[in-house]
Design a protein around this ligand. Structure first.
Ligand code: DHB
Ligand code: FE
Length: 302
């Protein structure tokens, strides 16, 4: 049986991809950011190595545009090319998919009432490739894992609610646990933390709020699922909303998590850098939401 063994969250700051691609990771400005991933790189190259990563990320108008805006989309292709974001594609390997698991997850999610968009051809941008670089290093000739990309709209209003993301994570856990092959599956949530890239508040960073968010990913609190969009906007800037993607990862880990590693660093680019490695404490797979007679939806993890 496939199992979700770990959840990882990480910012996907494009300039760190640039630094990795141009031999600048030891430059004074970038070194502290990369140093915070040393523990993870060591761990993931050894006992933490996944067979598949369900990589939750957002496309930044690179593949999708205003013509098509899927709220949740899953990539079922054999492979995904690295897209050109204006300066040529990053010189990193193409991303190898896991079509069989991806189709299984797509079927399970859709029959579990999540209306997924399925994509079979899509180039992936820094939202997906920068976290791969941060975790696996800058010298990969090929990525040491297969990837099921799961794209979330956090670019055009309205993004999904934090609660909906958490519920999707729970549904991903049900999907993975019903896949027969023995696979070590990670779920990664990417983007964030506080950042605003444009307008009068550009450069906004909120260390206190970001660290509250990191604190509450650990343990059994469910507070984060109820944070409204307006709070992300007010406290963490217009792009801070990317953090709802971390809640898909958190929801997939079940009732309680423990923290294996945590890193928070400012400044790098316009964004607060956050990174955390989590493991489920009891591996409980949440049950499907049930509809009560009065129409209320509840979720049980017993
Ligand atoms: C930056 C961060 C992002 O999440 C992004 O998508 C683009 C740029 C930045 O910090 O520069
Ligand atoms: Fe982003």
């Amino acid at each position: 049986m496939a199992r979700i063994t770990h959840g990882i969250a990480s910012s996907h700051i494009p300039v760190l991809g640039f630094a990795a691609d141009h031999g600048k990771t030891q430059d004074p400005i970038f070194k502290p950011a990369f140093d915070g991933y040393r523990w993870t790189r060591e761990w993931i190259a050894n006992e933490g190595k996944p067979d598949v990563v369900v990589l939750v990320y957002n496309d930044h108008a690179s593949a999708f545009d205003m013509n098509v805006i899927p709220t949740f989309a899953i990539g079922c292709a054999e492979s995904f090319r690295v897209c050109d974001e204006g300066y040529g594609p990053r010189p990193v390997p193409s991303v190898v998919g896991h079509p069989d698991l991806a189709w299984h997850i797509a079927q399970s999610l859709i029959l579990d009432d999540f209306d997924m968009t399925i994509f079979n051809k899509m180039d992936v941008d820094h939202g997906l490739t920068v976290p791969l670089t941060m975790m696996f290093g800058e010298d990969c000739k090929e990525w040491p894992t297969t990837v099921v990309p799961l794209a979330v709209n956090v670019v055009t209003y309205p993004p999904p609610s934090g609660n909906r993301c958490w519920l999707l994570g729970e549904a991903i856990a049900r999907a993975v646990n019903s896949y027969e092959e023995d696979l070590n599956v990670h779920v990664w949530g990417t983007g964030g933390m506080s950042h605003q890239l444009q307008g009068p508040r550009a450069g906004l960073i909120n260390r206190e709020w970001d660290n509250m968010f990191l604190d509450k990913l650990v343990g059994d609190t469910q507070d984060l699922r109820h944070i409204p969009h307006i709070e992300y906007l007010r406290e963490t800037g217009s792009e801070g909303i990317e953090m709802v993607m971390w809640l898909i990862m958190r929801g997939a880990l079940g009732r309680e998590t423990r923290c294996l590693h945590r890193h928070y660093h400012v400044p790098v680019s316009n964004t607060a850098l956050g990174h955390i490695v989590l493991e489920p404490v009891d591996g409980t797979v949440p049950q499907s939401p049930t509809f009560e007679a009065d129409g209320a939806v509840t979720t049980s993890i017993d």
